[in-house]
Design a protein around this ligand. Structure first.
Ligand SMILES: Nc1ncnc2c1ncn2[C@@H]1O[C@H](COP(=O)(O)OP(=O)(O)OP(=O)(O)O)[C@@H](O)[C@H]1O
Ligand SMILES: [Mg+2]
Length: 259
């Protein structure tokens, strides 16, 4: 982790009609860190991702990435500027093979125009080969290259989750946002995923990790931010956050003084 701010989420408020999903939330993500974002159901975690990736425009506040204001950019522009995400509910192209799913991610960065693609120029064939090779590398990184040619829908659940991460990495992000990547995993699978996330970070990516399960995020995060009812209630080292009375109260659903 460096002291360079990669993403600055500034005083963001997000309202949906009468629902305030985020209320004046500020979080900085430093280049090279794994920042865990935790909080109970409905705390606003996924909404943070949706605001960062241009799915929603915040009601108030701004998002600055790599020094540029990206608050009003469209989703594809944010992908191109270097933020990738996975989804809480897996979103793969189910009829496409694993490697094709990853190649779609790589395409998000490609330069071939549509007419060039129709003519299949030398340049385009070279790009296709490059994107295939890179996609196979990413499947290998995620430990799922043995099923590269299987349709996504035929892959075991754990493979599908890891395939989503490979596809996100194919867009060559600087910031990788993972929305509960270990959902539905048993403890051994969660441990394996933690090791993968550390490996990804060691390759130079910055990671924002949403987790519901506190124990998972504590083991892997450099720092942790905690949301509860749309407000940031704590931020700091895992050890600090774990013993914070407000955090314990939020998780146990008991008043502060009883926690
Ligand atoms: N598009 C939307 N329209 C209306 N309300 C929304 C919308 N998106 C989120 N919300 C509301 O905002 C609040 C925060 O939701 P969000 O999905 O961000 O929580 P979360 O922390 O990701 O929860 P979970 O752990 O269940 O995934 C919830 O009350 C939710 O119902
Ligand atoms: Mg969520």
């Amino acid at each position: 982790m460096t002291n360079e701010v990669l993403l600055d989420f500034n005083n963001v408020t997000m309202q949906f009609g009468g629902v305030t999903a985020l209320s004046d939330v500020s979080v900085k993500i430093f280049r090279g860190e794994i920042l865990g974002l935790i909080g109970p159901n409905g705390a606003g975690k996924t909404t943070c991702f949706n605001v960062m990736t241009g799915v929603y425009q915040p009601t108030q506040g701004s998002v600055v990435f790599n020094g540029s204001d990206i608050t009003k950019l469209k989703r594809f522009q944010i992908t191109q500027s270097g933020i990738a995400r996975t989804f809480q509910n897996i979103r793969l192209f189910s009829e496409m093979t694993a490697v094709e799913n990853v190649m779609v991610g790589a395409d998000a960065r490609k330069t071939s125009s549509i007419p060039a693609a129709l003519l299949r120029t030398k340049h385009q064939r070279a790009e296709e080969k490059e994107s295939y090779d890179r996609s196979m590398e990413l499947l290998a990184l995620m430990g799922i290259a043995d099923r590269a040619s299987d349709a996504a829908r035929n892959l075991p659940y754990g493979y599908q989750r890891r395939l989503e991460i490979a596809r996100a990495l194919a867009t060559e992000p600087e910031l990788l946002c993972l929305d509960e990547p270990a959902a539905g995993f048993n403890p051994a699978e969660k441990q394996q995923l933690n090791e993968l996330i550390l490996k990804i970070r060691d390759q130079g990516y910055t990671v924002l990790l949403i987790e519901h399960d506190m124990s998972v995020v504590m083991n892997v995060s450099d720092r942790v931010a905690v949301l509860d009812f749309g407000k940031k209630i704590a931020e700091g080292l895992p050890s600090e956050v774990r013993s914070n009375p407000d955090v314990i109260a939020a998780y146990l659903g008991v008043p502060d003084d009883a926690a």
